[in-house]
Design a protein around this ligand. Structure first.
Ligand SMILES: [Zn+2]
Ligand SMILES: [Zn+2]
Ligand SMILES: [Zn+2]
Length: 271
C-alpha cells in the first residue's frame, strides 16, 4: 500500500513537472532564417579565397561551401561558422571555385537552414614562385630614455626620510586610469614596454590633524596645540597625507625606423 502511494506521488510530481516545462516556443518555431548574401569572394594568392557575407537575421551560424564545380560535389569544402567571414585555405592554384553560403538557426532542437546565397565564382592565382619585391618606408619615432627608479628621492615604499611613496607611470593610459603602484619593478617593465614619457612619485608624510576642523597641527608648539584643542573642543588624529609630487621626465629623442614590406609582383600577396 505504501509503495503504491509513493508511486502515485512520483507520477503526480512528474505530471506537474511536465506541465511546468516550457512548451516549444511558438515564436521560435515560427522564426525563419533568411537567405544569405555573399559580399566578397576574392582570391588571396594561389591557395586561398577570402569570403565575406552579410549578417542574417535570426541566424545562429553559417555554412560556407567552396567547391570546384557548380553542383558543389567536386573538391568540396564545407565550414560551419559563427562569424561573417572566412579564409578558405589549402585550395588548388589556378582553379575556378564556386562559393556559396547559407545561414542556419535553431527552432527548438531542430536546425533550420536558410536559402543558399547566389553562387560567386572566383579563380585562385595560377601556380608560380612568388617574386618578392621589397619596399622600405621610414618614419621618425619618438623614443624615451627612462629615468631609473634609483634616481628617486628615496627607496621603494617609505623613503630614508621616513616619508611614504607611491609611483605612477605618465603614459596616457596610466594617466587616464590614475594608477599608482608601490612595486617599482613591475612599473619599470611597463614603462619600457609602452615607451612612457616618464613617471612620478607621490610623497606622503605622517601628519597630525584636528579631528574637528582638519587643520594640520603637526608643527604647532605644545601651547598652540592646547589652544587649538580648547578652541575646537576636539581631539587629534594622525594619518599619511599628500606632501608633494616629484616628476621624473624621460629624456626623448627621435630615431628613424625602417620597415620593409614585400609584395609579390605576380599575385600581389604581401609578407
Ligand atoms: Zn605570388
Ligand atoms: Zn603607463
Ligand atoms: Zn580644529
Amino acid at each position: 500500500m505504501k509503495r503504491t502511494k509513493a508511486l502515485l506521488m512520483t507520477l503526480i510530481t512528474t505530471l506537474i513537472i511536465t506541465a511546468a516545462l516550457p512548451v516549444p516556443d511558438a515564436e521560435a518555431a515560427s522564426k525563419k532564417v533568411g537567405k544569405a548574401t555573399l559580399s566578397l569572394a576574392k582570391a588571396a594568392g594561389m591557395n586561398q579565397i577570402n569570403v565575406k557575407w552579410k549578417k542574417v537575421k535570426n541566424a545562429n551560424g553559417y555554412q560556407l561551401m567552396v567547391a570546384k564545380n557548380k553542383k558543389f560535389s567536386k573538391g568540396k569544402k564545407s565550414y560551419k561558422l559563427v562569424g561573417t567571414s572566412k579564409a578558405a585555405t589549402k585550395l588548388s592554384a589556378g582553379t575556378k571555385y564556386y562559393v556559396r553560403v547559407r545561414a542556419y538557426g535553431k527552432s527548438g532542437k531542430k536546425t533550420v537552414y536558410g536559402k543558399w546565397s547566389k553562387v560567386k565564382t572566383v579563380r585562385t592565382v595560377k601556380k608560380h614562385s612568388h617574386k618578392w619585391k621589397g619596399t622600405t618606408t621610414s618614419k621618425q619615432v619618438l623614443v624615451y630614455n627612462m629615468v631609473p627608479f634609483s634616481q628617486a628621492t628615496g627607496p621603494n615604499g617609505r623613503g630614508e626620510d621616513g616619508y611614504f611613496r607611491k609611483y605612477r607611470c605618465m603614459c596616457s593610459s596610466c594617466m587616464a586610469k590614475n594608477l599608482y603602484t608601490a612595486n617599482t619593478s613591475s612599473l619599470e617593465i611597463h614603462i619600457k614596454k609602452v615607451n612612457s614619457p616618464g613617471w612620478f612619485e607621490e610623497i606622503e608624510w605622517y601628519r597630525t590633524f584636528c579631528n574637528k576642523c582638519k587643520t594640520d597641527i603637526t608643527d604647532f608648539s605644545t601651547n598652540e596645540k592646547l589652544e587649538h584643542k580648547y578652541k575646537c573642543k576636539g581631539g587629534y588624529y594622525s594619518d599619511w597625507a599628500f606632501k608633494e609630487r616629484v616628476y621624473h621626465k624621460s629624456t626623448s629623442y627621435y630615431t628613424t625606423q625602417n620597415t620593409t614590406t614585400y609584395k609579390c609582383s605576380v599575385c600581389g600577396m604581401t609578407k
